[in-house]
Design a protein around this ligand. Structure first.
Ligand SMILES: O=C(O)c1cc(=O)[nH]c(=O)n1[C@@H]1O[C@H](COP(=O)(O)O)[C@@H](O)[C@H]1O
Length: 236
């Protein structure tokens, strides 16, 4: 399971369908970040063997956002444990039985080195209007707090949330849960499709355990320099 840094660590999101590009990013970024994240685009294109190749460079966050009946999610977690990821994601909206099944499968299959089960609360791309249109009569912050309580009570090791929810979650749950936080944008950088955002320094100061950062690093002219600059910002 991923070590908890004394202050916020950086997870570089390697969002590409190209193995060579992912490998080049992994080699360049590994000295500057604590973890590398591979998600749906890479996994669907290249599968577990290619994930294992990239994971040689640094601890792996395998972000497949499992959301299915408990039995199916348990099987997916068992299969994922073969890659020895440090972290896995499930959707909190899958409910407590699904999260409990994921935690049990990780413990049974992963043993002492099991992956941390992270529950995705409300996607950082989701604004209030988008959430309301799905039929959830709450603002994103309230729904994040609701799903956080459900997920942690069901055995999740941590949560994926947006920067504005970090301080309220720390106030509600203390320093224990891993808070893994995308929607991080250095000052002046484009939001892209993220809707609930903050700078690296703001997210770290609020109490994030890990900052998940993709395009601000991977689309930079020099991704390693971009990662180093963010690392310096949160270390200050
Ligand atoms: O689980 C995630 O990592 C995740 C959850 C979430 O709510 N929002 C979110 O952006 N992510 C991921 O975090 C990364 C953010 O990438 P950038 O927007 O390029 O920094 C992507 O790989 C997303 O899949």
């Amino acid at each position: 399971m991923i070590p908890r840094p004394g202050r916020a660590g950086i997870i570089a999101a390697l969002d590409t369908g190209a193995v060579e590009r992912a490998e080049a990013w992994a080699a360049a970024l590994a000295p500057h970040v604590g973890c590398l994240k591979l998600g749906l685009e890479f996994f669907v294109a290249h599968g577990p063997a290619a994930v294992a190749r990239i994971a040689r460079h640094a601890p792996l966050f395998l972000d497949l956002k499992f959301h299915d009946i408990p039995n199916t999610v348990a099987g997916a977690v068992r299969s994922a444990c073969a890659l020895r990821p440090a972290m896995l994601t499930v959707h909190a909206s899958g409910g407590a039985p699904m999260i409990e099944a994921a935690r049990r499968a990780a413990e049974a299959e992963g043993g002492a080195g099991r992956p941390a089960i992270l529950a995705v609360t409300v996607l950082t791309s989701t604004d209030a209007a988008t959430l309301a249109a799905t039929g959830v009569p709450a603002d994103p912050a309230a729904q994040v707090l609701h799903l956080a309580r459900l997920a942690l009570d069901a055995g999740a090791d941590g949560l994926v949330c947006a920067p504005p929810e970090v301080a309220p979650l720390r106030a509600a749950h203390g320093p224990g849960p891993l808070l893994v936080v995308p929607g991080v944008r250095p000052a002046g950088s484009a939001r892209d499709d993220q809707s609930r955002v903050a700078t690296p320094a703001e997210a770290a100061a609020a109490g994030a355990s890990w900052l998940v950062i993709g395009r601000p690093i991977t689309t930079a002219p020099d991704p390693a320099a971009a990662a180093a600059a963010i690392a310096a910002e949160i270390a200050a």
